[in-house]
Design a binder for this molecule. Sequence first.
Ligand SMILES: NC(=O)c1ccc[n+]([C@@H]2O[C@H](COP(=O)([O-])OP(=O)(O)OC[C@H]3O[C@@H](n4cnc5c(N)ncnc54)[C@H](OP(=O)(O)O)[C@@H]3O)[C@@H](O)[C@H]2O)c1
Length: 281
Amino acid sequence: MNKNSVVIITGANSGMGKATAIELAKTGAHIVMVCRNQTRGEAALKEVREKTGNEQVTLMLCDLGSQESIRSFCATFKEKYQRLDVLINNAGVILPGRHETTDGFELQFGVNHLGHFLLTNLLLDLMTSSTPARIIVVSSGAHKIGKIHFDDINLTKNYTLWRAYAQSKLANILFTYELARRLEGTGITVNCLHPGAVATSMGINRESGFGTFITRLLKPFFQTPEKGAETIVFLATSSDVSEVSGKYFYQKEEIRSSNRSHDEKLAKNLWIKSEEWTGIN
Ligand SMILES: NC(=O)c1ccc[n+]([C@@H]2O[C@H](COP(=O)([O-])OP(=O)(O)OC[C@H]3O[C@@H](n4cnc5c(N)ncnc54)[C@H](OP(=O)(O)O)[C@@H]3O)[C@@H](O)[C@H]2O)c1
């Protein structure tokens, strides 16, 4: 990574996204902090610039729960930037109670998987002309209890927080592996990771400030966002992984994800359905 590199980080105003922005801004690269809320985004932008002295860090707004917002963001980004070296799909949501995106998808599946599916696909042409380029997908160990519920993808029946979150995080890994197969030989690598248990704003309602019981109870025992971001920064910058693609990492080491996440037929089906749901085919 150098001063001409362009990096996108989604969910860059909080937790590991912000910690990653600070670390990568130290390289002097152009960091585009993609956030959904202007006030929270501007506060984080100010902090990242102050801590790193990098004035090439910028804020762009995008709500990953709105396909219109994603399309508009990508169009504006391509007007402003002629290249994209690193795309970090970090934003994520886990919230008690069933909610839906603007487009009517269950919130966690809609934001964590579908939002990033659409974003990535719309940016691939620019990345292809910027090779070597890297895509990093922040998943979770929670994928291990996940299933893709094709018969009721929006979990209108039997909704639970963990069913929804685990489905979205399994989808992150299936997406990573399928994309890696599709990008073989192009010069774009794509890898995913589990950051560990990290004390961030995950599970905390932005309006009310309330968090899940587990979040509040366990937060003091979790690692810092800076520590949690280490594997993201490693995958974005290390020459050790410049040729590695389609792998799952934890603590900067490649590890094996669940058997289900390696099901190629499942990954292909999810890809085809995701194309339909985002209208990109
Ligand atoms: N913390 C953990 O223990 C843990 C463990 C495993 C995996 N992860 C994964 O790590 C990633 C980062 O999460 P974190 O722990 O750093 O949590 P966080 O502090 O809550 O950060 C999440 C970020 O995602 C953004 N976001 C949420 N919904 C969005 C939307 N619709 N459009 C755009 N941005 C949106 C949030 O923006 P706002 O601030 O505006 O809401 C925030 O910037 C997530 O993918 C999460 O699943 C976390």
